[in-house]
Design a protein around this ligand. Structure first.
Ligand code: SF4
Length: 106
């Protein structure tokens, strides 16, 4: 199972992202569904819609994830609680490519 994790640019320099990796490495919290499944982290990317004022980069990332066989995308709580209230738009970009969204990592 190929999975990816997306986070918000606004946590850069604040969050270590270790919570996401700890949960993934231990297959706990929102990754517990993979307890008996081999998984591969394919991407750990940052949403930059706010600073770039465009969805272009995220659309490109969604296309590349799809091309490379990513099945599921976990969104960090920083995106789930998107300050710009754009969670639904972000989800739609990936879901339109057939990538399943899971809201949460840990
Ligand atoms: S749209 Fe939301 S998740 Fe993306 S950079 Fe802005 S606040 Fe962060």
């Amino acid at each position: 199972m190929k999975i990816a994790i997306g986070i918000c640019e606004k946590i850069n320099g604040i969050c270590t992202t270790m919570g996401c990796f700890r949960a993934y490495n231990n297959k706990e919290k929102h990754f517990s569904q993979y307890k008996n499944i081999d998984t591969e982290i394919m991407s750990f990317f940052t949403c930059d819609i706010c600073s770039k004022n465009t969805k272009e980069n995220i659309i490109n990332i969604a296309e590349k994830l799809k091309e490379n066989g990513v099945d599921k995308l976990h969104l960090g709580v920083c995106i789930v609680k998107c300050e710009a209230n754009r969670l639904d738009e972000i989800k739609e970009i990936f879901e339109s490519k057939g990538i399943q969204i899971i809201e949460g990592t840990h």
